[in-house]
Every structure is written in C-alpha cells, then in structure tokens.
Design a binder for this molecule. Sequence first.
Ligand code: MN
Length: 393
Amino acid sequence: MTTVPVPADSLFGVQNLPYGVFSVGGSAPRVGTRLGDAVLDLAVLLGDDVFARPSLNAFMAQGHDRWVAVRREITARVVGDIPAEAVHAVDDVTLHLPVEVADYVDFYASEHHAANLGRLFRPDNPDPLMPNWKHLPVGYHGRAGSIVVSGTDIVRPCGQRKGTDDPGPVFGPSVRLDIEAELGFVVGTGSAMGDTIPVAEADRHIFGVVLFNDWSARDIQAWEYVPLGPNLGKSFASTISPWVVPLLALQPARVPTPVQQPAVLPYLAMDPPWGLDVDLSVRWNGTEVSRPPYREMYWSPAQMLAHLTVNGAPSRTGDLFASGTISGPGRDTRGAFIELTWGGAEPVDVDGEQRTFLEDGDEVVITGSAPGRDGVRLGFGEARGRILPARRS
Ligand code: MN
C-alpha cells in the first residue's frame, strides 16, 4: 500500500478527481483519475471492470446516480492507503482520447465573440448580432471523428478560398489558420428520439467538462459558409483536454449567466441560468496572449442541451457539445486570433514577433481552472496542438 501526496496548491486535489483514459508502456488503455501528480487505475482501486475499458462511455452510460456513488467511493479511498499497483506517475503514462465521441455540435454562446465577428464581417450593419442570436443558442453540427486528444499534431488543412477581389477561388493550404478557445460538455446519458432534455434536468445528463480548441481555417470558412454554415474550415481537427472534470466537481464554480434580455422562450427559461466560473489561458509558442473568462458566456450549458433536443433529436452517451469561442469584453480576453488581431489588422507580440494567424511549427496550449471550496482551484489539464505543414497543395 502507498499514499499519494497532494500539495495544497495542486489543481488536482481531492475536490477535482477528473476522469481520463491512460496506458502504461504497451498496456491496453483504461480509465483512471488524477490525484496530484499521480494517475490512479480505477479498475484496480475500485475492483470494477467498467473502468478496464478504453473509454469512459460504459461508465457514463450507467447514469447520474452511479456517477455520484463512484465519486463518493473514490473520494473515500484516496485519503487513505492506496494499493501501490493502482498508482502511476503522470509522467509515466500516455493519455488517450477519454470519450468515444458520438455526435458533436458547436455553439456560439459568447455575446462578445458574436458581436466582434459581426463588427468584423458586417461593418455596415448597426446591430452586430443577427436577429436570432438572443433567442436561441446558435450552433452547427461538426465532425465527431476528427476530435483528438491534447498533444496530437494538426496538419494544416488545404481547401478553397477566395479573397473579395479575386476573380475566382484558388486551392491550397489555409493561410488564415486560427484557434477557438472553448469548453466542451460531455453527455453521459442521452434521450430517446422524440424526447427532450428540459433545462432543469440537464445537469443529470451532462457528465463533465473538457477544454476544447476548435481549430478554424478562416479563409476556407469565409468562402464556404454561406448559406449552410461551417464545414471543411473546421472539420479537419478539434483538440480536447485528456481530463474530463466531472460536473459534480464544479458545483462551487456555478455562477449565474449574464442577464438574458429579451426574455427567452419558456423551454430555455431558468431562474437563473447557471454558467461556470472557469478561467482559461491561451499560450502561443509559450507567450500567453489571452485569458478568456467562461463566466461571461451568455447561454448556459443546460440551455444548449435543452435546445439540442427540443425538436426530439435523440442524444446519446458520448455526445459532445462545445460552447463556441469564449471571449470577454477586453482585447486580452478574446479566444480566437481573428478577434485578437482584428481580422489580422492588429498583430500581437508572440515572443518578440508580430503575429496574426498560425504558422507551421506553431504550438498553442489552452489551460483552464475553476474555483472549488475553501480557496482550492480545480485544473482541466491542457489542450495542446502543434501545426504541421500541409500535405498537399
Ligand atoms: Mn467554435
């Protein structure tokens, strides 16, 4: 038996206990939790084979009451002696994609982000928001199969682009490759076709939260998105953090969303809607260029899930919906480079260089943390990715 020391300022103390999937050496991936700088093998710790699987899906499918019970059991077990064979140093393990992602939807829930993009793309329109924006959480269906775990290299996408003055489209590597710093919400249990998930029940369906980078090729996106929305400009890759922070751990981080005015329709009404006080950080080649505040998001996760299912569309274990770019009111809180550099017109200093969009070899790391109880902070790990050159042009 052994014990795991946890420094008082660790982002992975007993209040967090996120879930991930790890392997050691050539062993088969299995579910673990993180405590301090250790990864605990949950199949060994709890003696339950539901954790001897390469994804969280089987455990998530057991439902909310089971999530509560397991969290209570882990909390009780980690404060005492732990079987040594359940403990691995985090530096000795490989972290894998924690969830077998079913369907994926990306929203657009930041008013600051939506208004900034409105000003950039529709400068002559007096209202930077589209008429629907405050009535429903705008979103689009993305590509679940290209969601990858932190550390996966991102190949620069090729595609069509057409500048406003170009006579026709050209094909080649994207020249305006960008990020979107977001949170992703993992659906633990879904709803049958024809059913809905009301806002008041959403937190029994949402299993946990990850950091999310929605890599975006702005030039491909700008040419393709009318009238059906983003497609190849985003479907090439999205990066998530390896640790899924349980929604159960984020109770102390709940905050009301900003005031929603005009009043929303009854199926979206909450009193008040709850958001999350998560601070994100975006580092570009080691330089922190932004600190997006999730608490500023206009639409709450419960409203996004209720909207996703209000038409009777089925949802299922492993569904992932992301918040959309997180931007606050200040320039240094903008979660996408197109906003941060105002369409490329105002470069930012990255380690002494003036930069606008991503170059080959660039690395972006998104981190985040949220308040727990008694001044403790809970970490999300990181969503890291490096840009590789395009493979064809
Ligand atoms: Mn996005």
